[in-house]
Ligand binder design. Structure first.
Ligand code: GLA
Length: 413
């Protein structure tokens, strides 16, 4: 499915007037179009994606916006607008599309990290034999960075949609998501799965997405408006580069490889049951065994969560999210002090249904499911109790599900 310009009238979205006027003031020309790409929350499915399992994310109404103008030269000029919690040291970067492997600016300096996402997506397009158009791009984002809400994938998918739009490629959306994942894995250097790029691309307002990370089959599941997604940002941050993420992935693969010696049909932990795992308890090192236990049970939880949502049983979904948090904390060891403190602080409110760490974990945000009716009170309760316990003030967001990446005209809003 090609990435198409949408008729803005059918969407009740606020035009990024400030971004467009900043673009005009900075580049003395008008952008050709704008792109809006959402962040995501993952209701359940911690680290299951790269184990070829299932996940249940939703795109959210926090966005990366790009204002884009095509350039006749093979150069990308990027300008990043500061956001509340992010002021780039080098807000303007120019790099050549012909020398992406050097990861250098036109002036020969190393690309700042925020610009490697643009260069990485351009690189992965070129690797697939697709032409990358020169362009001037101003970027603005209100997706908290490095907090577990997929700020990286939102940016990658935004650039990809912009270049697909300029060139008019008839690119399939799953291929677009996969090329962005390739950029993140092989250029930026984070061995992530496909969940984030999938959610930012395929998001559907009013829905969460059940995604099979092996077959790439997916289905949108209606998310009733009697439920609320409350995200609590602890303000702590981790970086996936040099984090334990790579180590966790290696531990999961190690467990799968050992079992594969005896059960050749096993390709990934997706194919392993808890019984089969237990048969090899003596051979699998302790940490890898615990990681595998988490992944196998987490896959079951994702499928059970989808069934609960379909059956109109949000309390069951909430309980599964809590179980996911406990397993992530104790077996996968991907929680952190701040996340655990937030989870504890959330306990005991009548509107609370369940909660778990967002994204890769270790730091950043917790995702809670609550009854919409008591959600505002729950948010206050959470903030107050977390502050009492840690003396820190969290940022609490009530988020809605949103559409995946879209391209809009820059005029006529
Ligand atoms: C990060 C990665 C995803 C996924 C999650 C953990 O968000 O980008 O691919 O592995 O962590 O579920």
């Amino acid at each position: 499915m090609p990435v198409k310009i949408m008729d803005t009238k059918q969407f009740h979205i606020r035009p990024p007037i400030d971004l467009i006027s900043r673009f005009e003031a900075t580049f003395r020309s008008y952008p050709d179009f704008v792109v809006r790409s959402p962040g995501r929350v993952d209701l359940i499915g911690t680290h299951t994606d790269y184990n070829e399992g299932w996940v249940l994310p939703a795109a959210i109404n926090r966005y990366v916006w790009l204002a884009v103008k095509e350039l006749p030269t093979p150069l990308i000029t990027l300008y990043a607008e500061s956001t509340g919690d992010w002021q780039p040291d080098t807000p303007q970067v120019v790099f050549r599309l012909t020398e992406l492997e050097h990861k250098k600016t036109l002036g020969g300096d190393p690309l700042p990290e925020w610009a490697t996402y643009a260069a990485g997506v351009a690189w992965s397009w070129q690797e697939s034999g697709l032409a990358t158009p020169g362009s001037t791009i101003m970027i603005k984002s209100d997706v908290p960075i490095g907090a577990g809400l997929s700020s990286s994938a939102a940016v990658e998918v935004a650039y990809a949609a912009a270049w697909a739009h300029i060139t008019g490629w008839e690119i399939d959306r799953m291929e677009l998501a996969q090329l962005c994942q390739k950029a993140e894995n092989n250029y930026v250097g984070v061995p992530s799965g496909l969940m984030d790029q999938f959610a930012c691309t395929f998001g559907k307002k009013g829905h969460v997405l059940l995604f099979d990370c092996r077959t790439h089959d997916w289905q949108p599941l209606a998310f009733p408006d009697t439920l609320a997604i409350i995200v609590a940002d602890t303000g702590t941050r981790r970086t996936l580069i040099n984090s334990h993420y790579e180590q966790r992935r290696a531990e999961c693969e190690q467990a799968a490889r050992i079992i594969q010696q005896y059960a050749p049909d096993v390709r990934a932990l997706r194919d392993v049951t808890l019984e089969l795992l237990a048969e090899h308890a003596d051979e699998i090192p302790g940490p890898a065994y615990n990681r595998a236990q988490h992944i196998i049970a987490e896959n079951e939880r994702v499928l059970a969560a989808a069934r609960a949502l379909k059956a109109g049983e949000p309390a069951v979904l909430g309980t599964l999210m809590d179980e996911s948090h406990i397993s992530t904390r104790d077996l996968f060891e991907a929680s952190g002090l701040a996340l655990d403190a937030m989870w504890e602080a959330s306990q005991g409110h009548p509107a609370r249904l369940g909660g778990r760490g967002a994204g890769a974990g270790w730091a950043g945000c917790m995702v809670f499911l609550a009854e919409a009716e008591g959600a505002a009170d729950f948010a206050d309760y959470l903030s107050r109790r977390y502050n009492e316990a840690t003396h820190q003030t969290p940022t609490i967001y009530a988020l809605s599900t949103a559409s995946g990446v879209q391209v809009f005209p820059s005029r006529g809003w």
